[in-house]
Design a protein around this ligand. Structure first.
Ligand SMILES: NC(=O)c1ccc[n+]([C@@H]2O[C@H](COP(=O)([O-])OP(=O)(O)OC[C@H]3O[C@@H](n4cnc5c(N)ncnc54)[C@H](OP(=O)(O)O)[C@@H]3O)[C@@H](O)[C@H]2O)c1
Length: 312
């Protein structure tokens, strides 16, 4: 498994290019969670992504994970656990207050086998955020040994800069939606400055270049989903050209289709991580294979064009 380097305050950490997202595990049995976990480890994925709001009740998926696996301290030390705070589901609205952030982390840590988080991300921007208050929460969480490193999710460059002016720990991750069919953060730059071309508009104010320039690791969420809250483009009749090209590439590289979808993201030089959400152990192994597939330029741009983007 390809690894990437994440610069934390204390060290450079080598992490897998693929992360196992745990958003969909709520209804899985202990055995199913264990099989998913084992498949991830076997594929070289030791990084698991959570959020307080995943699951039926608050911390539902975190508890399912903890209760199903009952990790020993030694096993816990061999994986990287990431969670998120700041998104109030019953609203919905956003809350980056000191109380909300610290209480959310305490809730995450109440799951069995979870004494600390390796990474805490602020889930979605809070328009009412007070950066100094976020800084105080992060300081207390770091000092108490509850969180080792911090980042954000779905944030623009300006929002990151504003937080970073107060927050003492470096914000080392920005987790955002990215797949071949949902790639505005890459596609706008490919079609830059084309009058009348909708793709030319930057919807994220240049976050990919910003993250690369500042050593922030981009994590791609929903890498197989066609769009926001939709189903997968893999095998979908809505994307015949894309799936035909993916099928051709599976033969060349001797991998399943899901690996090609992963490879499209890991091939980009930004050294991004792919946060997969499948609950199927076989798909976990297949997706992981993609991290080691080095698509050629014609293949990479061909996939983008087949997904409907302008490659002028
Ligand atoms: N930061 C954020 O705002 C944010 C938002 C959403 C998600 N996330 C994170 O990102 C992770 C991944 O998100 P996601 O689950 O939406 O991403 P995903 O990996 O793109 O989608 C997974 C879904 O696609 C299905 N799928 C996968 N391969 C398929 C195939 N070949 N054919 C048909 N269906 C297929 C899976 O079904 P099976 O389970 O049956 O394989 C599952 O329902 C989450 O677990 C979470 O950790 C973060």
């Amino acid at each position: 498994m390809k690894t990437i380097s994440i610069s934390r305050q204390d060290c450079e950490l080598m992490a897998p290019a693929v992360i196992a997202g745990m958003m969909r595990i709520q209804k899985m049995s202990d055995l199913q969670v264990r099989r998913l976990f084992d498949a991830a480890l076997e594929a070289g994925i030791n990084y698991f992504d959570h959020a307080d709001i995943y699951g039926e009740a608050l911390h539902g998926c975190e508890k399912r994970f903890g209760e199903a696996l009952r990790l020993t301290p030694e096993e816990r030390g061999q994986i990287l656990l990431q969670s998120k705070a700041g998104y109030v589901r019953n609203g919905p609205y956003f809350d980056f207050s000191y109380e909300h952030i610290t209480e959310t982390v305490n809730g995450s840590l109440s799951s069995p086998g979870t004494d600390y988080l390796d990474f805490l991300l602020l889930h979605r921007p809070d328009a009412l955020a007070q950066p100094d208050e976020v800084a105080r929460a992060f300081d207390d969480l770091a000092t108490a040994g509850k969180v080792s490193a911090f980042g954000v999710s779905n944030h623009t460059p300006g929002q990151i800069e504003l937080l970073q002016r107060s927050v003492r720990q470096p914000l080392v991750i920005n987790q955002v939606q990215l797949s071949i069919t949902h790639a505005p953060m890459i596609a706008h730059a490919v079609a830059m400055n084309m009058q009348g071309e909708q793709q030319s508009a930057s919807r994220d104010l240049g976050l990919l270049d910003y993250c690369r320039l500042h050593g922030i690791t981009v994590q791609a969420w929903s890498p197989f989903q066609a769009g926001f809250k939709s189903t997968s483009f893999l095998g979908s009749l809505d994307y015949p050209e894309l799936n035909a090209l993916i099928d051709d590439l599976t033969k060349k590289y001797d991998v399943p289709p899901i690996a090609i979808a992963t490879a499209w993201i890991t091939r980009h030089p930004a050294q991004m991580q792919v946060v997969i959400g499948t609950t199927n152990p076989e798909r976990v192994s297949g997706a992981a294979q993609g991290a080691d597939v080095m698509l050629t330029r014609p293949e990479w741009y061909g996939l983008m064009r087949a997904a409907g983007y302008v490659v002028p």
